[in-house]
Design a protein around this ligand. Structure first.
Ligand code: DX5
Length: 223
């Protein structure tokens, strides 16, 4: 049904591997690694070594969200590091998106495209056949713990409707500001995979308790 991935951007960096395993053991369907280059987004964070280090520790999906310019130059590195899915931003490779998604698949990795809040769905119209996941950002990319952008919910609904029209079952990933209040909204709109950071990794409760609360908030939902 609806899958939940833990974004380790909000985890304790001094014990990243442990925190990723903790989420997997608590039932997370995947771990999202947010790679930032200080250019596509103002901060820098994680890299191929993070993926290479986590790979042997995890059986679940490792989803690498590339918030970097020219992602096409780095596909092979992340594929060989052990990524199961590579998500590139449409805004980072507007002219070459089709080609970049093809190159991801050539390495046997699932190819995903992410669009930021200001980017319309229409940019996806020519890449349906080379896309294995579409990520809708419900925060501006580049930082964990930001408030959820409610005005992105119609975009999720419109995407789900468009995919239905096309008869395509491409998973809709939603990333940013997801918690027990906002997760039901995006699942109700058609989300299939939720990426959550600060609602899973925080001082308020354990990873297991937080994940269980998030799962409970969407239980019974059918996209
Ligand atoms: C932000 C990242 C998100 C972020 C989610 O650019 O892509 O994955 O870590 O964190 P929360 O759930 O705290 O918004």
């Amino acid at each position: 049904m609806v899958k939940i991935e833990a974004s380790i951007l909000s985890a304790d960096f001094s014990r990243l591997g442990e925190q990723a395993v903790e989420a997997e053991s608590a039932g997370a369907d995947g771990i999202q690694v947010d790679v930032m280059d200080g250019r596509f987004v103002p901060r820098t964070n994680f890299g191929p070594e993070t993926v290479r280090t986590l790979r042997p520790l995890l059986k679940c999906t490792i989803d690498v969200h590339l918030m970097i310019v020219d992602p096409g130059l780095h596909i092979e590195t992340y594929a060989k590091a052990g990524a199961d899915r590579l998500i590139v931003h449409q805004e980072a490779c507007p002219q070459r998106l089709y080609e970049v998604l093809q190159s991801i698949r050539r390495f046997g990795v699932a190819a995903g495209v992410s669009i930021s809040p200001g980017t319309p769905l229409s940019v996806l119209e020519d890449v349906w056949d080379v896309t294995d996941a579409i990520q809708i950002m419900t925060v501006n990319p580049g930082l964990g713990g930001q408030p959820f952008l409610q005005d992105q919910v119609p975009k999720i609904r419109n995407l789900a409707r468009r995919l239905h029209e096309l008869g395509k079952s491409i998973p809709i990933v939603v990333d940013g500001g997801l918690n027990t209040n906002t997760a039901p909204l995006v699942v109700g709109a058609g989300a299939n995979i939720l990426v959550a950071g600060s609602s899973i990794y925080n001082r308020g409760a354990s990873v297991a308790k937080n994940l269980a609360a998030l799962q409970a908030s969407i239980s019974g939902f059918k996209p």
